[in-house]
Design a protein around this ligand. Sequence first.
Ligand code: ATP
Length: 354
Amino acid sequence: MAAIELTGLTKVYPGGVKALDSLDLVIPDGEFFALLGPSGCGKTTLLRTIAGLETATDGSIVIGDRDVTGVQPGARDVAMVFQDYALFPHMDVTDNIAYPLRIKKVGKAARADKAREVGERLGLAHLMDRRPGQLSGGQQQRVALARVMATQAQAFLFDEPLSNLDARLRLEARTFLKKLQRELGVTTVFVTHDQAEALAMADRMAVMENGLIRQIGTPAEVFQRPANTFVAGFIGSTPMNLLDGVVRGERLEVAGCKLPVPASAEGRLSDGEKIVYGVRPEYMTYSVEPVEGAFGGKVSIVENLGAAHLVTLEVGGVIVQVVVPEGSEPALGAEGFAVPRGDRALIYRDGDVV
Ligand code: ATP
């Protein structure tokens, strides 16, 4: 087990795409770290560069107490699980799990013992003689995990390992994988484009955009206090309301409404400056009666979220969304008010949180 430390890590592909732009990142020993970001932001490149499958253009990678920047992938002591599991179709489960040990020239009996031990731990004991084609997606995923565990690497690297599972299995696998990682305590970097997965599993996470890390923090920090409007717009099952406004003395003017300055920005704004007002739809309440310091408008869309509804209000030419508990959703066309929680609203100036 080991910490991973990246310093000034840069990757420019032939042709000039800068997939990693001088990244600095320290992942402490034993941490479950998620990498999240839109397609093409550089997540896979970062993982492959840590694994040694891509060569860094600049910067360094230290794993534990060893600088592995120029070290061959096989000698880095990390194990990677790919999206498609990369199992060998002609080998049974035992041989698939034991394969990395064969490469390391571990003897046959010792390999079989280790494969059995790990297989049992992952609930594969009754499937050891089957080939991948005779397993369900979830079982194949466990074999891929077992193979990684059998190597006893210093760090695990996962590239969207749950994306081929159906929704129910995916939830199961999430819990299982998280528990396993806790038990083993192995430093883990987990790439996903599914933010719910990152929020649920990670100790800490990074949100990337265009080869840059835009925020690093715990899931709670990233969700409740996005550092910039990019992260604010990216994280959350319903996107954060991000509304242009102006500071008017002690108050804010946003979408034609007068609002109090949120607690987090008190005393930090100047009269007349332009800001962006950010508040999640979950952090507002809906009122039929007029309320001071709220967004008043007309209901234009009501979407069913299951146990709640997402209500879209048209407010002075812009759209404000508020989550309303089941049973209290308004009718289309009704006049209503979205009341922000002053302790949860955020102010952005030049794109960064104040
Ligand atoms: P996704 O979520 O779609 O898998 P990602 O965040 O993992 O995306 P990468 O696959 O790391 O993104 O790609 C980062 C950038 O580098 C993209 O612009 C991509 O087109 C580019 N890229 C990736 N691999 C290569 C390559 N072998 N040669 C040239 N450009 C590449």
